[in-house]
Write a protein that binds this ligand. Structure first.
Ligand code: AMP
Ligand code: MG
Length: 343
């Protein structure tokens, strides 16, 4: 699984050990189907990292579609009946509904049955029949999710998949835990979901590298963004896909067609300040913007009330960056991409 890569973590650890007496801790875990790295400096860094690991395990149990005991699975298997859910899941479903609305349905957690039909839930990939896709699309749409006090119901056939938002939500919770433990500098990389807290321990900005989607198996970057106290979440067609008869089919589905989004983009990174944005927002929007494609995405960026910026990598070799990241962007000359700042 090749995702956004957190640069320089190893180098930083050595610097921290040599230079200062701040507590420092890091951990690497596999959860939510991806490799996760947690690094914290200052405050009670060790306790913070331990508590964050436990929190990620808790969230995986709560939100996973493949764990039969999770609240999400119980909802999915209830055949239209209302199911008791806790306030946390309820508010996450509500927030997911808001992103669906804001993105004109490009982000939609009820895409679950379609994702399954392509085999992405079970790793038994196949291209579904058109008629089967059309039937499944009838069950897609947030109007089929009914929320009430303490409970939720999915209309018959409708299922939900929080894979497009869960890691972003987890990064928010890890950020809260780090803050409670007075962590001063931190790097949280949950697959393609990055949260950087403060600066690097040496006072300079963190460098978040965006994988070159054209070279997913190499250490090759399309761009680097220099960030402090920010989220950076990447969605890319190279992150999960299968090949059949010479065609690549990836895991980000356009709810309008039921097919992998064919939008001309190969990777989307959504960046937001920690103070005004959230990992949940960046995660939902990265998936949505991938579906939208460049033109619709830039219109959305210009008109949206959400506080975010974008790095888009296009199939035709361009890296398109919105104005708020102009100073943060580091171009990679050897990547061969051309760079455009848009406003
Ligand atoms: P991400 O990596 O955040 O872009 O999320 C991709 C994952 O979200 C997929 O593996 C699916 O589980 C799910 N998904 C796919 N298409 C969509 C969509 N249009 N809206 C919401 N979730 C989606
Ligand atoms: Mg996402």
């Amino acid at each position: 699984m090749k995702r956004l890569i957190a640069l320089l973590v190893a180098g930083l650890m050595i610097t921290a050990l040599a230079g200062c007496k701040k507590q420092e801790a890091s951990a690497q875990i596999f959860a939510m189907d991806t490799v996760m790295g947690l690094t914290a400096y200052g405050g009670s860094a060790e306790k913070a990292v331990k508590a964050a690991e436990e929190e990620i395990v808790r969230l995986e149990k709560l939100l996973s579609r493949t764990d039969a005991e999770s609240q999400v699975s119980r909802l999915n298997e209830a055949n239209g009946k209302p199911v008791e859910i806790n306030e946390e899941v309820r508010s996450l479903l509500k927030e997911a509904g808001a992103y669906s609305q804001a993105t004109g349905g490009a982000f939609d957690i009820t895409i679950a049955p379609v994702v399954s039909a392509w085999g992405f839930t079970t790793d038994s990939y196949q291209v579904p029949e058109q008629a089967a896709l059309e039937a499944l699309l009838e069950t897609v749409g947030m109007e089929h999710v009914v929320l009430a006090e303490g409970q939720a119901a999915l209309e018959h056939g409708t299922r939900i998949d929080l894979g497009g938002i869960a890691k972003g939500y987890a990064s928010d919770k890890v950020g809260e835990i780090f803050a409670e433990h007075r962590v001063e500098h931190g790097m949280v990389a949950l697959g393609g979901n990055i949260l950087v807290m403060g600066t690097k321990p040496d006072g300079s900005a963190w460098r978040v590298a965006i994988q070159d989607p054209a070279r997913p198996n190499e250490t090759a970057y399309a761009a680097i963004v220099q960030l402090e106290d920010a989220f950076a979440v990447t969605s890319g067609s190279y992150q999960r896909y299968f090949e059949q008869d010479g065609t690549l089919y990836h895991h980000i589905i356009d709810p309008a067609t039921g097919y992998p989004a064919d939008s001309g983009l190969t990777s989307v990174t959504v960046v937001a300040d920690r103070a005004s944005g959230s990992g949940t927002m960046c995660d939902a929007l990265s998936t949505a913007v991938f579906v939208m494609g460049e033109e619709r995405a830039l219109d959305f960026w210009r008109g949206s009330a959400y506080p975010f910026d974008l790095v888009l990598v296009t199939e035709d070799g361009r890296v398109v960056v919105t104005a708020g990241l102009e100073n943060a962007l580091m171009e990679i000359e050897e990547s061969g991409y051309t760079y455009e700042i848009v406003s």
